[in-house]
Design a protein around this ligand. Sequence first.
Ligand code: ADP
Ligand code: ADP
Ligand code: MG
Length: 492
Amino acid sequence: MFSRILIANRGEIAVRLLRACRELGISPAVAYAPVDRDTLAVELADVAVELKGDTPRGCYLDIHGLLEAARKVGAQAIHPGYGFVSENADFSRLCRESGIVFIGPSPEVIYGLGNKNQARKLMTSAGLPVVPGTEDPVPTVEEAVEHARGIGYPLLIKASGGGGGRGMRRVENEAELRQAFPQARSESQAAFGSGDLFLEKYVERPRHIEIQILGDSHGNAVYLGERECSIQRRFQKMIEEAPSPALTPELRQRMGEAAVAGAKKLGYCGAGTFEFLVDAQRNFYFLEVNTRLQVEHPVTEQITGLDLVKLQIRVAHGEVLPIRQEDIHLRGWSMECRITCEDPYRGFLPTPGKVERLHLPAGPGVRVDTHLYQGYEIPAAFDSMVAKLITTGRDREEARTRMLVALREFQLAGISHTIPFHLAVLEHPEFVAGNLTTHFLPEHLPKLARTRTPQELNLMTAVAAVEGRSRETLAPAVVDASEAQLWKMAGR
Ligand code: ADP
Ligand code: ADP
Ligand code: MG
């Protein structure tokens, strides 16, 4: 086994990776940007190397700097986590050329899947159903209009190099297409360095359901069930669960086998996620493969009893997958809330700042993946996710109830955060019933997160102080409350 791994990431995932290293008897090293000197991962690591860069983000994207850090600490492997360089084919190649193991797929696989058009083609040839759309990038508006006649509206303009929910536009008709196409092109050029666009039929009220797979370097691959990720805001996931309330064992098997066929076709080594849309008739369509560990991997770990990070490390070291498909059994139900330092009452405005007070929930079936500690100053330079709260129960209702209890117990003061928003979603009758589509948040958000003024927030803090509880615990009761009610509460 490796004796040392360099963790090329930050935040909660750096801590998660570090723990897996420790369990395997591997010495964890962490590379960090100067603003991250006081983070938990740096404190917990055996060694930490400061990175250089023009911006904090730039530090974690500098593939040469990361490699140099790995050499400096004598690491034989680098774990990139998610985001940053985790899906960077050049980095995977550079590692290989330098004799350092990149914990993730080969550069060829990452490259082949990094472009959405290419990925669609590859997977079609592996027998996977894809959303109807154009095979290749569409060079001109006129050609787009022509293709659109064949595909039918509404449709989605997508950036071939897109990711993270960006670079997508829904259009209803030809006029909208003509208008949106050039805008999408310049946006894509600016965000992804390529103006390549393609068209996809818009699947109405779909569910986003993804299959976790794991492959080794000996040609083996298995699927670890699915995750339901339909609760999205601006195409970004906010709450995930496993299994999905929509899948039958038969459909799970079909989707799982399709993903495994795709993985085997690629010679996929490592953990990967095959994302699909599932429509109301339970047809499924391949979207893309994420060639890395996913943010929401814990819900899969909870119901399979497997540690995905340790398995990633073992297959990267060349081991044969220690599990066969028939060894994988799903047990119970797990949910995850992505807690971010954003203010749900002010359009999810990022609100970094100092964690003045922190109490993490605990108890049966409760897991918190976070790098927060009391006194920690959350920098503004990175993604706003600060904790993942994961609850597991025998069935969906037990997992959901545990989540409600844990969210109410969670105390995070000093910054605004999304706990009140999560509570409101988890109590929504449609969520309770498991009727989830990607339209859930766009449809219900206006009611769930009413705009609040800073004065109201101060008032809530005052009410909370008088009542001796955290402001967040007030939120569900006052989501729809008028100002008059708030004043009444304050009066009391
Ligand atoms: P997933 O399907 O895994 O959620 P996403 O497309 O949401 O994939 O991408 C990962 C998300 O995590 C992005 O929003 C990205 O900005 C964010 N992210 C990347 N690296 C980090 C990190 N170190 N800490 C917190 N968030 C991160
Ligand atoms: P990204 O790389 O940004 O993650 P994806 O292709 O995975 O892009 O799509 C992200 C989300 O956008 C999906 O989870 C879904 O909510 C929505 N989406 C993508 N393609 C379609 C489609 N053809 N029809 C309807 N919704 C879609
Ligand atoms: Mg995606």
